[in-house]
Design a protein around this ligand. Structure first.
Ligand SMILES: Cc1cc2nc3c(=O)[nH]c(=O)nc-3n(C[C@H](O)[C@H](O)[C@H](O)COP(=O)(O)OP(=O)(O)OC[C@H]3O[C@@H](n4cnc5c(N)ncnc54)[C@H](O)[C@@H]3O)c2cc1C
Ligand code: SF4
Length: 506
């Protein structure tokens, strides 16, 4: 059973073999594996515990409870909305189920450019095989493709561009379209119903509503973790302290939050914590169709293209589709008053494609940075570089061509003053529009890096075996260790890495 720290009335001290901070893709897998190997595992998760009985398919319920900063996380200049999870299961509770193994060339790049040893395809394959089996990850057929994704599939086909269907971690998916608000029928094999129960079955102690504020270090060891109980309703600390004295500590708070915890704990000797934060920056293109698209129903992501993932000397991007629900659409769609209202009225006929730029590979691309606000919360800065602007412009033009090829009546950018294009011959107008913070909507649902892995202790935070370079009993196992972005959706990479990491933690 998952315990709720909100209900604690008196301070608590716990002494596990292993403390795992965070219960998402990294934390759940590592907790399950270590508990199975006989360790006494404690998981502390700052978010609440919600189940299918809670998931009511309402955006106004879900964003405040299941997302970081109640759904309002953003970069400091508001250039990027940051969608990131916060509950038992972490971002897997609200992710869209698309599952990819890490591309070979990315693993090769890490070995070459970041001196990472051992993270090879052959070392990771058995871990992916097992996790795919446990999570029901399978390649979906065209029968699972809704019209929103079908537009991408058809448009890519008409233009002769690479296209395929995705793999998804689902069993018995009813194609409701509400993955982003928590699966109401437990079809999505998220951590809260898979690896977290596996960990508990093997004796792990799992607490919701317990936020680790600071790690206390003596010499080169974590001796204590200081946590506070969080009230489930108000989301504020209740004032009850939880102190943990673990033998080993595994930090799995995810990108942004893991580096923030290290910074709050004063563990940044080489100044690298928070650097190399990558976000797969997302730009979207909306299209209007005469036919109903109803992009709020159906498996959210079932089609993708890697046609533009590797562009010589330029930032690559990959193409997918987002679900379109009214609240997020109202935020994403720019324009005001009657014009905005007209778009919202037409929502059942709206279709969208997203381009996710692949950051962290070009020489000099250091991505963004996590620092701390005065209250200890993370502050994220992410720059609009020339390479990113070029990638956004090129991808918007590509997406528009795909949408017209699939029969769109008109397409529209997400600039603050939207550019509406009624015919393909006018797509070049996109080149003239400025891009930057508050000039256009941009997003991220994939946060990576900030506790970068690497062979050189001067330029990275953890070693190839996930152990902190300086702190002997501290490991970081989550998306924050990725030294670059991936060019594919990150969850399966993180599951695989976490399963592999658990063989190194002792
Ligand atoms: C809307 C959305 C859609 C997505 N769709 C996909 C998809 O289709 N496919 C895919 O592969 N990926 C997708 N992702 C991304 C994917 O889910 C994440 O990359 C992955 O879950 C990250 O794993 P993680 O372990 O690094 O962090 P998370 O899974 O985010 O887990 C971290 C957990 O740690 C907790 N935590 C943080 N700090 C503390 C602290 N100090 N004390 C206690 N607890 C703490 C957090 O509350 C959180 O629950 C999506 C993400 C979002 C937001
Ligand atoms: S689309 Fe499938 S996996 Fe997603 S919420 Fe609906 S039933 Fe669950």
């Amino acid at each position: 059973m998952i315990k709720s720290a909100s209900e604690l009335k008196t301070p608590l001290t716990l002494r596990p073999d292993v403390l795992v901070i965070g219960s998402g893709a990294g934390g759940a897998v590592v907790a399950a594996r270590l508990a199975a190997s006989g360790a006494k595992v404690l998981v502390l998760e700052e978010g609440g515990h919600y189940t299918r009985a809670d998931f009511n398919m309402r955006e106004d319920w879900a964003y405040p409870r299941l997302y970081q900063e109640r759904g309002n996380r953003a970069t400091a200049d508001l250039g990027f909305t940051i969608l990131q999870g916060r509950s038992i299961g972490g971002s897997t509770t609200i992710n869209w189920t698309t599952s990819f193994r890490t591309p070979d060339h990315v693993l090769d790049h890490w070995a070459r450019a970041h001196h990472i040893e051992g993270l090879t395809k052959s070392a990771l394959t058995p871990h992916w095989d097992t996790i795919e089996e446990r999570l029901g990850i399978h390649h979906v057929g065209l029968d699972e493709v809704n019209r929103n994704n079908g537009v991408l599939y058809d448009g890519l086909g008409k233009l002769g561009l690479h296209r395929d269907t995705t793999s998804r971690n689902v069993r018995g998916c009813m194609k409701s379209g509400y993955c982003g608000m928590g699966c109401p029928v437990d079809a999505k094999q998220a951590m809260a119903i898979t690896l977290i129960p596996d960990a508990i079955e093997k004796g792990a102690d799992v607490w919701a509503g317990a936020r680790v504020e600071r790690l206390e270090v003596a010499g080169s060891r974590v001796v204590r973790a200081h946590a506070v109980a969080i009230d489930k309703d108000t989301d504020r600390p209740t004032g009850v302290a939880i102190t943990v004295e673990p033998k080993l500590c595994v930090l799995s708070g995810g990108a942004i939050n893991s580096p923030a915890l290290l910074l709050r704990s004063g563990l940044n000797a080489n100044g690298r914590v928070g650097l190399r934060t990558f976000i797969h920056p997302v730009i979207a293109m909306f299209a209007q169709f005469d036919e109903p698209i109803e992009a709020f129903y159906g498996a959210p992501q079932s089609v993708y293209s890697h046609e533009f993932a590797r562009r010589d000397g330029k930032m690559g991007f990959f193409l997918e589709v987002p679900p379109i629900h009214p609240m997020l659409a109202a935020l994403a769609l720019t324009g005001y008053g009657q014009a905005h209202r007209d778009l919202m009225v037409q929502l059942p006929h709206a279709q969208a494609i997203i381009a996710l730029s692949i950051d962290g590979f070009l020489p000099g691309d250091e991505g963004g940075r996590v620092t701390l606000k005065s209250n200890g919360a993370p502050k994220v800065d992410y720059p609009y570089t020339d390479a990113l602007r070029e990638s956004f412009r090129e991808s918007m033009k590509v997406m528009a061509r795909i949408q017209f090829a699939a029969g769109a009546r008109a397409v529209q950018t997400l600039h603050t003053t939207p550019i509406r294009i009624d015919r393909e011959s006018e797509i070049a107008r996109i080149d003239d529009a400025p891009l930057g913070p508050c000039l256009n909507s941009a997003f991220t649902a994939h946060q990576m890096g900030g506790c970068s892995m690497g062979g050189d202790p001067k330029t990275s935070v953890v070693r190839s075996d996930f152990r902190h370079h300086d702190i002997q009993n501290l490991f970081v196992v989550d998306g924050s260790v990725l030294p670059t972005s991936l060019g594919v959706n990150p969850s399966e990479t993180i599951y695989g890495l976490a399963s592999y990491a658990s063989t190194k933690i002792h």
